[in-house]
Design a protein around this ligand. Structure first.
Ligand SMILES: *[C@@H]1O[C@H](CO)[C@@H](O)[C@H](O)[C@H]1NC(C)=O
Ligand SMILES: *[C@@H]1O[C@H](CO)[C@@H](O)[C@H](O)[C@H]1NC(C)=O
Length: 475
């Protein structure tokens, strides 16, 4: 075995291991045929504008006229316009990219002609109707740059089937000249110039639009979301899937999460232009980041309890349940510090989204000199239902009432009945939830390119992921 061969073998084994070991994405963006059609429709508008900028070279020349002799002519001031590109189609080419094609394009060229011999000087206008414009463009979606997808033109061809000239004036030989020489020159120049314009629009406009996809977004001073691409988009017969990491991390200290993204198998739905599959991994890495920052903490004081609850967070509240408290700290305000005991786990199933946090409730009495006297520490388990929604391109959430189950971890005020505290805690849940939901309403942004608005949003839950279907509008 020679060295190069061994090296190749080594790399192919390494490549195989790499693939077998490949991580699942946290987030998948699927663009359906409907989405591709919409993008094309927007693209065709841009293409028509771009093609109208094509400049055709003047065509000067001399013609030997049998009677008047040498005649100088010039064809100039040619402008392209009235583009119509009906029946433009986009189709995914599995494992390669996209094919854009049309065969019935139409446009016009308007220009001027000018003829000069001895003292005679004549001029006029002409109009060329170009029909049967065929274009075929292959787009390569296989490359990635800095965690974002790129698009490039893999191949382009253009063909013009017919050209029809209408001229003002009645100079017979000029009309003939147009048919014999000018027409084919113009057709050739158009065919030569259309593909470079397409290349230009893909390389500049479409590529720069894709570059507006976020790769990383800072949510706040604590966490950031990694949206980087995990591999080239997967082009299937009916859609294009983009696999993103979808991982939150603690900005001050990024570590690999101790759990892996789940496998997601998306349903073959195609009613909407785009689908976002967001796995529970995304949410769980978010919870992990905030827990690492010790930020899953809520302090509840009397001020935060709405009047209509008719309850005051005061030691008197415990008079009956823990008589010792009202004796040691009579009529003093209380403070509750609620923190996650461990990273809460969010679980998504076809039945819904549940969050099962285990919290520590530390109760304090606030002494007249403002220092805190610890009363007791409870461990609180709950099973909350969560709802997700999309608001201005962001996934937002709300937690709904869940029953809590309390156990005593430590008491500074002697023994007491946990079951009565349990009831009190369940009464507090509707007070605490709105404060948690206040945070959840900020949500996190879906990976969208600029100028995109989502509408007709539907949400479904599947095993381990939420599926958001939406139509898009480019603004
Ligand atoms: C075209 O011809 C007209 C007279 O027939 C003349 O007035 C005009 O200046 C000419 N225009 C150009 C651009 O040569
Ligand atoms: C506040 O008052 C308590 C009890 O009266 C006392 O033990 C504590 O040292 C005081 N704290 C401060 C900061 O003065």
């Amino acid at each position: 075995m020679d060295f190069a061969y061994r090296l190749t073998l080594l790399f192919s084994i390494a490549a195989f291991v790499g693939t077998a070991d490949a991580e699942n994405p946290g987030l998948v963006v699927r663009v359906t045929q409907k989405g591709l059609d919409y993008a094309l429709q927007e693209g065709v508008i841009a293409l028509q504008q771009q093609l109208s900028h094509i400049q055709l070279k003047d065509i000067p020349g001399t013609h030997n006229h049998e009677i008047v002799g040498k005649v100088h002519y010039n064809i100039f001031s040619m402008n392209l316009g009235n583009f119509q590109l009906p029946g433009f189609q986009v189709s995914p080419i599995p494992n390669v990219g996209l094919k854009l094609s049309t065969s019935g394009g139409f446009f016009e060229v308007n220009g001027r002609w000018d003829v000069q011999h001895s003292f005679v000087h004549e001029n006029g206008t002409f109009n060329i109707k170009v029909g049967g414009l065929g274009m075929s463009v292959g787009l390569n979606l296989r490359n990635i740059e800095h965690g974002k997808p790129t698009v490039s033109v893999a191949d382009c061809s253009c063909h013009i089937a017919n050209v029809e000239v209408h001229m003002s004036g009645t100079i017979g030989w000029l009309v003939k000249l147009f048919h014999d020489a000018v027409e084919s020159k113009i057709r050739q120049e158009l065919e030569d110039k259309i593909c470079p314009e397409i290349n230009d629009i893909i390389n500049s406009k479409l590529s720069s639009l894709l570059q507006t996809l976020p790769v990383e977004t800072n949510l706040d001073h604590i966490s950031a979301l990694d949206y980087s691409l995990m591999g080239p988009p997967s082009v299937m017969a009916n859609w294009v899937d983009v696999f993103l990491k979808g991982e939150f991390f603690y900005r001050s200290h990024r570590t690999a999460p101790p759990f892996a993204p789940p496998a997601m198998s998306l349903p073959p739905e195609q009613d909407h232009m785009v689908y976002f599959a967001v796995s529970d991994y995304v949410f769980n890495t978010a919870l992990l980041a905030y827990q690492s920052a010790r930020a899953l903490v809520l302090t509840l004081t009397d001020k935060m309890i709405p009047k209509e609850f008719g309850v005051h967070l005061n030691t008197n509240l415990l008079e009956r349940v823990i008589p010792a408290v009202s004796k040691m700290y009579p009529n003093m305000p209380m403070k509750l510090k609620i923190s996650a005991a461990s990273t809460p786990a969010l679980n998504i199933t076809p039945g819904g989204v549940t969050l099962s946090p285990i919290g520590n409730f530390q109760a304090y009495a606030i002494l007249p000199n403002s220092s805190l006297a610890p009363l007791f520490l409870l461990e609180v388990k709950t099973n909350a239902f969560a709802k997700a929604a999309v608001n201005s391109g962001k996934i937002v959430g709300t937690l709904e009432n869940g029953k809590v189950e309390v156990s005593l971890s430590h008491s500074d005020v002697g023994p007491f009945s946990v079951s009565e505290i349990n009831m009190a805690m369940n009464l507090l849940v509707p007070v605490i939830l709105p404060h948690i939901n206040d945070y959840l309403k900020y949500g996190f942004p879906l990976p969208l390119i600029e100028h995109i608005q989502l509408s007709d949003i539907v949400i479904k839950t599947y095993e381990h992921y939420l599926l958001f279907g939406a139509n898009v509008q480019y603004q």
